[in-house]
Design a protein around this ligand. Sequence first.
Ligand code: SF4
Ligand code: SF4
Length: 232
Amino acid sequence: MKAYLFILGSRDQLAQESSAKLAHDAGIQEKDIRVIDNLAERAVSKDPLLSSLFIDHEDYMAGASRPRAAQALLSFAGVDAYSNRITWKALPYSEQALKDEYGVPWFPVIDRSRCTGCGTCEDYCLFSVYTSNRKSPLNGRIRVSSPLNCKTGCPACSRLCPTGALIFPFCAEAALNGSVENPQPRTQEDALTALGADPHKVLSERRAKKRLIDPDKFKLAENDRILYSGVL
Ligand code: SF4
Ligand code: SF4
């Protein structure tokens, strides 16, 4: 038996008819849909409710405004949101409401279906939002380990991810907030624009810099935030 969920963000104000639309498309009554609200807040606090979502039934239909963002948020919270037991359906939402209310909690999540574990995000971020165990060939997985270290309004690292795997759920920019189903991979030119002619050198310098507490680090990060925000 298939169970139905309606995943509701608190700030992007999904159109109220979304639950009805999911019910209509699935040929069920709206009362049979379970509504999960405040997904980002629940994910960042690792709300135990999330780990109980996909355990009672064999198959699920999950409706969300931006399924890629919902999957990445659930995955961040430890839920296997990429399981083939779950069919995801994109539902309408208000882009303007997201623009008006963009903000906190501001943090990146990783689209696990696209991340290659290259480590660019980890090297680039000066605030240790990401960690990994890249020295181990068996466990090179990048994790968002300190999400709230991320600077509100800074989506800088997402512009460098070569596969478009980084999602900022509260960013108004469609290419960065999970609205776009198949984001374009970043080009070599994008990397050159952002990192200069020697990206490896820049990343390695940033990697070293993050171990130091110095005013330059914050100045550099603030410049990144202003340069790359696209939403301020
Ligand atoms: S930059 Fe993108 S692909 Fe590389 S580790 Fe980070 S999220 Fe994964
Ligand atoms: S957006 Fe900026 S502060 Fe946030 S994780 Fe990326 S580089 Fe770090």
